[in-house]
Design a protein around this ligand. Sequence first.
Ligand SMILES: *[C@@H]1O[C@H](CO)[C@@H](O)[C@H](O)[C@H]1NC(C)=O
Ligand SMILES: *[C@@H]1O[C@H](CO)[C@@H](O)[C@H](O)[C@H]1NC(C)=O
Ligand SMILES: *[C@@H]1O[C@H](CO)[C@@H](O)[C@H](O)[C@H]1NC(C)=O
Ligand SMILES: *[C@@H]1O[C@H](CO)[C@@H](O)[C@H](O)[C@H]1NC(C)=O
Ligand SMILES: *[C@@H]1O[C@H](CO)[C@@H](O)[C@H](O)[C@H]1NC(C)=O
Ligand SMILES: *[C@@H]1O[C@H](CO)[C@@H](O)[C@H](O)[C@H]1NC(C)=O
Ligand SMILES: *[C@@H]1O[C@H](CO)[C@@H](O)[C@H](O)[C@H]1NC(C)=O
Ligand SMILES: *[C@@H]1O[C@H](CO)[C@@H](O)[C@H](O)[C@H]1NC(C)=O
Length: 760
Amino acid sequence: MVNFDQVWTRHLLLFVVILIIYFVSEARGAWQNSVKAKVVSKLQEHKVDKFPGNQTHSDHFKLLERDGNYLLVGTKNIVYNISLATLQEKKRLEWFSSEDDIKVCRVKGKSEDECQNYIRVLALKSESVLFVCGTNAYKPVCRDYNQTENEYKYVEEHSGEGLCPYDPNHNSTAVFADGDLYVATVAQFSGADPLIYRKPLRTEQFNLKHLNSPNFVSSLHHEDYVYFFFRETAVEYINCGKTVYSRVARVCTKDKGGPHKYRNRWTSFLKARLNCSVSGEFPFYFDEIQSTSDIIEGFYRGRKSKIIYGVFTTPVNSISGSAVCAFRLDDILETFDGPFKWQEDINSNWLPYQNSKVPEPRPGQCVNDSRTLPEMTLNFIKDHTLMDRAVPAYWSQPLILHTGFGYRYTCITVDPQIETVDGSKYDVLFIGTDTGKVIKAINAASASSDNKVVPVIIEEVIVFQNQAPVTSLLVNNFAFQLKLIVVSKDEIYSIPLHDCERYALTCSECVALQDPYCAWDENRQRCTSAEPRGWLHGKFVQNISHGWDDKCPEAELGTETTSTTTNAPTCPPCPLECACPSTEGARNVTEHELGQPPNSEGSSGGLYPHHQASRHGGDKEGDTVSTVDSKPRDNGAMTGAATGYVGMYSAETLAIAVTTSIVTSLVVGFISGYIFSRRCRNDDVDSPYDDGHYLEQHHRSGPLCQETTHLNHGEGFLSPGTNNKPINLVLNVPPRNGNGKNANSSADNKPAQKVKKIYL
Ligand SMILES: *[C@@H]1O[C@H](CO)[C@@H](O)[C@H](O)[C@H]1NC(C)=O
Ligand SMILES: *[C@@H]1O[C@H](CO)[C@@H](O)[C@H](O)[C@H]1NC(C)=O
Ligand SMILES: *[C@@H]1O[C@H](CO)[C@@H](O)[C@H](O)[C@H]1NC(C)=O
Ligand SMILES: *[C@@H]1O[C@H](CO)[C@@H](O)[C@H](O)[C@H]1NC(C)=O
Ligand SMILES: *[C@@H]1O[C@H](CO)[C@@H](O)[C@H](O)[C@H]1NC(C)=O
Ligand SMILES: *[C@@H]1O[C@H](CO)[C@@H](O)[C@H](O)[C@H]1NC(C)=O
Ligand SMILES: *[C@@H]1O[C@H](CO)[C@@H](O)[C@H](O)[C@H]1NC(C)=O
Ligand SMILES: *[C@@H]1O[C@H](CO)[C@@H](O)[C@H](O)[C@H]1NC(C)=O
């Protein structure tokens, strides 16, 4: 009996191993274009400024306003005015909730921490008057403060209903435009009444066609309009289950409301879906917007355009994916001029509304006096706020994308139009993750005139050691203080925008970085940045689009030789996607250097021992991250992205990769389950369900191992509910299986261990 069991298991294992090897090779083929960070680094303490806030209690930082060289940060009971250059506190505004308000809040069942005054909205009404709103222990209040020499003087108080959320965790956004405050938030204690509001105009209350459980992300003022970016439950998605779409909405700043019963309603509120997807027969959508950049004006695809970058993710309980898409302002405007979407009755499909039937004047436009608009137009806009077409992504595809369980993107900021040596310009994207990292990336083809995307991830910096999610980013590009401000819930760091010398010692390495900030100075023989912003003197070698230049002498020498630095690996000139094996030596240098030994600074005389941490293609497991930090946090992450070089991932490729992993996972899951159950019967120490807990730590959203609600995620072949479970098993079982032993130590785990490689 026992014998039979063993033989059977062995055969099955063999079969599985073969199957896996097959799938591994398949999947490798599908994913070999993935873009890896050229440099993975830790911060060097001496180059970082920090604003700690309250050391003993959680701050809940929220960046509220930039005032020239100063930054206004809202926290619990305090607004800090800190210097952007040094992150020193300059002034503070303290505002505590009254004892009575706190008492009432506590009676309503909120915790002591919730019953504080979280400052969530702030606007500069004038040079000296600050308009500040706080949650005030679940009783939002706004105040005017007068700024004097050393302090802020309280002037007057108004109700904050509709201007500030009750719940400090609610995602609200506000912008001050032409003297008015525009806010997207929720009213009511329960948070049940979302609205976009400017006194006295608001969106329809409890009308799901206006707003349906929205999470507001950002708001921008441009010319006649204020734009709001948010994600919400899609009312037009009428298959079973529900899904979330990303939206852009706009209102006109000249809107004065309608006549009579419309006097406190927007006459100009329209919204449209944002389409961030990988195209294909079944496009793969990144449907949940998380953050946007400001409006950026630049030269793209051979013409001048205004664009907005946004970070999009898949739903939390589905296969984890993040993408950066860009949208052109003109495309947004065009969508708002296109057909409306409508639904004849509650059970019918959502269809485009016939243009000829749309009343005149066209609803949702900016008019001189909205109070004179005819009833027809206003009735129409009440029920037809959604546009039929989705705003297409500029470049028709994501610029950067990442799939896998390592991390998700949370926020983005852009240092726009950095001029390179030859005069072309690139937007440098800084993307924050939910694991405390910041990714620096460009589209190396953005300066060319065709619709091409060549994603380059220049650098991945581990900013928050405790892996706190990055909540916002800001580029401080004042002439001599080029810094990136990185914010988490409890910390604010200011880190260098670039560090050319640290990452490249030779010409070819410098050029291969493809960093628009960095070029090889032929006179001084150094990889340097432009000072302050311009490449005026001297001869510089730089090639952002290809990362290769034959002016670099060592480029011709081939792979092996290294000139001066013994331990530094040399990479052949890497045109986009080459594999430069990172040698053992490289790893040691990396670890040493990144570990920031306190004395390395002095001894090396300012020249940091350079490294090429895992330039793309290090073949080892977890190479990107584990070079720096041995914790295998990013097991199985695929920093996949569109490579215009070989061609963008098509949805089909994604499909193949995903299906492959699913099938593999199912098989492995089954086997592991089988084996575990056998082992557990013996040991009875750990149940296989432990893996579930492990997963939950990684994904804040909880019960991944249960059936989820999104069973029929309509578009796309990825139906999250059914897929995530097996994938989780593959990726996460190995490190913590068995009795918590390391995967390597147990022979039973070999199959699972192999599978992991798919994702490297
Ligand atoms: C930190 O916050 C706590 C509670 O809000 C407060 O009692 C303490 O004084 C604060 N510390 C500083 C340094 O502001
Ligand atoms: C922030 O503090 C600086 C320095 O005291 C001051 O000049 C600036 O006006 C302050 N900004 C705001 C909005 O309070
Ligand atoms: C606010 O400050 C301005 C100028 O600093 C002053 O004229 C005004 O009287 C102040 N208002 C209050 C209420 O203190
Ligand atoms: C706000 O947005 C964050 C990030 O997307 C999300 O994790 C959080 O759940 C949102 N808050 C609420 C109250 O929905
Ligand atoms: C979104 O864009 C993709 C790629 O351009 C396209 O295939 C798809 O049909 C678009 N989806 C919608 C809803 O417009
Ligand atoms: C709106 O007002 C502007 C200036 O006040 C005027 O030039 C324009 O003709 C007006 N438009 C309409 C449609 O009345
Ligand atoms: C970069 O290299 C490519 C291929 O060698 C070349 O076509 C292009 O002109 C170069 N760009 C610059 C700015 O030197
Ligand atoms: C790198 O480090 C490992 C162990 O830390 C050591 O065995 C190996 O010899 C080192 N390699 C070099 C080139 O120093």
